[in-house]
Each structure stands twice: as structure tokens, then as C-alpha cells.
Ligand binder design. Structure first.
Ligand code: TPP
Ligand code: MG
Length: 420
């Protein structure tokens, strides 16, 4: 019997502290054929309780100069504040260096996150380690925050023999099971349904976890968004659906993506509490995500978060944004830099200064250098990985095809341009 099915019969799991008892089966729901109840009939979503009042407007704690209005400071503990800042600085440096590697032809592709550091770092930090992350393209920092080493991340970007994906995935599609970081799907929006479903499965199993599922603004136009949001709401999936509205979906601006006044308000149509947050304000992102995670964990269902931010570089290393957007727009967003804002706050609190900054940046530069050297020392994936892991045993046909490929002239020659 599968673990899921076993979990269905465990009444004890329903009475964990902080969880509401499961509501009774809905009328008309019958056990599936064979006497095994359907997940929904066995353990339906908890009944709705009075809606938690959600903040309205754009939630912002840090102003442009890193000041917090009196009485609004979430007063996070010093180690948390430092962690948030250091992770943001680290991912920015990592990003810069990886884009350079791509330009030098040492990796094939890269999706930069410059400008979106607060949205990713602030939201991931609001989770407990047992919670799961379903990322989109720009949340690689989440895997590193969960312990994926820089070398392992670069192994993935190179697609070498030490890569967990054995070079089979595009760069930036990290996967890190131990860190509860699910492998990203390139197909826009699909991870929304995956996140919603994984959270539902966790509840059925009695696992006290929350799932944080990311998407971009462009993903809100995908079918999977509507399907995922609806499922999440109806089944009160313990998840947080987090939209990084970076204003662009490759060359399509947000104005051509949606006619809604905000993306956040799309939650209303599905019956999901929603909140719009300044995505360049790490304190605000942390606070709203934390509240959403707590709501999900205590059985109050999903929350839809729109983090308003900006993608300052191209969609990817293959994109030239100067062909479709005005540089003045980019300059305006540079002034709202999430790291500068948060550093000003930390400096004012006496938690950071120029000396610390220099030492920390030096340390990251060295760690990134060492990680690049270690990753580049790894050879390519073994030839057999072209055909392994599809069937339990490699079929004779696949063996034959592999032999044919290996016998081709020009084997091992880099064909040149990455086709993306
Ligand atoms: C279903 C599907 N359609 C189109 C694409 C091509 N595509 C890749 S990224 C992208 C834009 C995504 O924009 P957004 O969701 O805003 O995320 P961002 O890249 O801005 O982080 C598109 C259209 C795809 N990967 N999947
Ligand atoms: Mg976008």
C-alpha cells in the first residue's frame, strides 16, 4: 500500500496541534470502487473559517531610503536580518559571475535575477526547513539558501558529470531534494499545479508542511494558473502561490499580459486571500509571506502573493531587452534597488558597515571563484547517460542507437551556438 493510502487511514494525523479537525465528507462523495476512499472523500479540505483580514494596497515597510515608519518595524532578530542581507548580496554576485561565464562560452544559458533578490530571499526565508519550494526560472537562490553548494549549482549550469541532472536539464533548472527544492519545469505555469497538488498530498499524508510555489507575471496568463488557483482554493491546499511580477514576460509588458488593475486581485475571483507587496522590500516580502505560510499551516488555505518588482536585465542570456523597452524605465528601477534599501536600514540599525561589506564581498568572490574552479574540473556526463534512467534496464534498441551516435564523425566537437 502506498504511503498516501496508508496516511488516509491515520486518524491521529488529524489532531496535530494547530490543525483544525477535518471537516466531514461532502454529501454525494462516495468511496471509489474497491472500497478505497478518494482522497477528497477521506480527508476533505478543512471548512472555511472567518476570512483573515488581508492588508490592502501595496504592502511596504522600507521606504526608498531604508527607513521604516514608526510602529511598522517587524523587529526581526539580528541573525535573520543578516541572513536576508547576506543571501541577497551573495545571489547578486553569483548572478553577475554566471552571466560572465555565459558570455565567455563556459555555460550555455543563464536567467539573471538582478533586481529581484528581495522577492526571492525574503519569501524563502519565511518558510520552515521542512516546507517545500516549487520554483520558476529566477528562484535558484532558494536552492542555495537551502544548502545547495555553489559548486553544485555551477555543476548544474555546466551540465557536467557531477550535475544531479546529469546534464539533461537546461541551466538554471536546479533540483535539490534534500533542500525540499523541486526541479523547475520550463513549461510556464505548470509548477503552480505541481505546488498545489504537492501541498494537498502533504495534507493527505498528514505532513505538516506548506508549499511555496513561484510564478512570473507571464504565468498568470497560462491555463495552469487558473487550474492551480482554482484547485488550491476549492481544496484549501496549504500553499502560498507567489507571483514575481517583474513587469515583463520576455518582451511582453505587464500591460499586454493582463487588463486587471493588479495581479493580486485575481485571487478574489478564486476565493483566495491575496496580498500585493513591494517586491523590492525584503522586510515586507518576508512579513507577508510569513503570515501566508502560517495561515496555510494552521489550515486556513492558500494565499496569493503578488510581489511587485522589476527584471533589470534580459529575460535570459539569449535576450536583448534594449530591442523592446526603454532604458529610462530600467534606470528608474535601479533607484529602487532592494539591496541598497535594505543595507541603509541595517546601517542605521548599527548592524552593517563598509568594513563588513568589503569583507563579505571579498569572501563571496573567493567562494564563487573556488566553486567555478571545482565545477570546471569535473568532466562531462558519461556517454551512457544519454540512454540510462528511462527504463529500469537499457533496451537493446537504445543500446544500438547509443553505439550509432558514438560512432558518428565529429563526436565530442562542440557544435557552437546554444540554440536558445
Ligand atoms: C507554456 C509556455 N509558453 C511559452 C514559453 C516560453 N517562455 C519562456 S519564459 C517566458 C516568459 C515568462 O515570463 P514570466 O512568467 O513573467 O516570468 P519571468 O521570465 O519574467 O521571470 C515564456 C513565454 C514556455 N516556456 N512555456
Ligand atoms: Mg515576468
Amino acid at each position: 500500500m502506498s504511503r498516501v493510502a496508508k496516511g488516509l487511514g491515520k486518524p491521529a494525523a488529524k489532531s496535530r496541534p494547530g490543525r483544525k479537525p477535518a471537516a466531514r465528507s461532502r454529501p454525494g462523495r462516495k468511496p471509489a470502487a474497491g472500497g478505497r476512499p478518494t482522497p477528497a472523500a477521506a480527508k476533505p479540505a478543512p471548512a472555511a473559517r472567518a476570512a483573515t483580514p488581508m492588508p490592502t494596497g501595496l504592502v511596504r515597510l522600507l521606504d526608498d531610503d531604508g527607513m521604516v515608519a514608526r510602529g511598522k518595524d517587524p523587529n526581526l532578530a539580528e541573525p535573520v536580518l543578516r541572513f536576508l542581507y547576506e543571501q541577497m548580496v551573495q545571489v547578486r554576485e553569483f548572478d553577475r559571475r554566471m552571466l560572465m561565464l555565459q558570455r565567455q562560452g563556459r555555460i550555455g544559458f543563464y536567467g539573471p535575477i538582478l533586481g529581484q533578490e528581495a522577492a526571492t530571499v525574503g519569501s524563502v526565508a519565511a518558510l520552515e526547513p521542512r516546507d517545500w519550494i516549487f520554483p520558476a526560472l529566477r528562484e535558484g537562490a532558494a536552492a542555495m539558501m537551502r544548502g545547495l553548494s555553489l559548486t553544485e549549482a555551477i555543476n548544474q549550469l555546466i551540465g557536467n558529470g557531477a550535475d544531479r541532472c546529469k546534464g539533461r536539464q537546461m541551466p538554471c533548472h536546479y533540483t535539490f531534494k534534500e533542500g525540499h527544492y523541486y526541479g523547475m519545469s520550463s513549461v510556464i505555469g505548470t509548477q503552480i499545479s505541481h505546488a498545489v497538488g504537492a501541498a494537498m498530498a502533504a495534507r493527505i499524508r498528514g505532513d505538516d508542511i506548506v508549499v511555496l510555489g513561484y510564478m512570473g507575471d507571464g504565468a498568470t496568463s497560462a491555463n495552469d494558473f487558473h487550474c492551480g488557483m482554482n484547485f488550491a482554493a476549492v481544496y484549501r491546499s496549504p500553499c502560498v502561490l507567489f507571483c514575481q511580477n517583474n513587469q515583463w514576460a520576455i518582451s511582453v509588458p505587464i500591460s499586454k499580459q493582463s487588463a486587471s488593475e493588479t495581479l493580486a486581485q485575481k485571487g478574489k475571483a478564486y476565493g483566495i486571500p491575496y496580498v500585493r507587496v513591494d517586491g523590492n522590500d525584503v522586510l515586507a516580502v518576508y512579513s507577508v509571506t510569513r503570515a501566508a505560510v502560517e495561515r496555510a499551516r494552521q489550515g486556513d488555505g492558500p494565499t496569493f502573493v503578488e510581489a511587485v518588482t522589476y527584471r533589470r536585465l534580459g529575460h535570459s542570456s539569449s535576450d536583448d531587452p534594449t530591442r523592446y523597452r526603454d532604458e529610462a524605465e530600467v534606470k528608474a528601477w535601479e533607484k529602487k534597488d532592494p539591496i541598497d534599501r535594505f543595507r541603509a536600514y541595517l546601517v542605521r540599525q548599527g548592524l552593517w558597515d563598509d568594513q563588513r561589506e568589503a569583507a563579505f564581498k571579498d569572501d563571496i568572490a573567493q567562494r564563487v571563484n573556488a566553486a567555478i574552479a571545482a565545477a570546471e574540473a569535473n568532466g562531462p556526463p558519461a556517454d551512457e547517460t544519454l540512454v540510462t534512467d528511462v527504463y529500469a534496464e537499457v533496451t537493446p534498441q537504445l543500446r544500438e542507437q547509443l553505439a550509432e551516435v558514438l560512432a558518428l564523425d565529429g563526436r565530442g566537437v562542440n557544435e557552437g551556438a546554444f540554440p536558445l
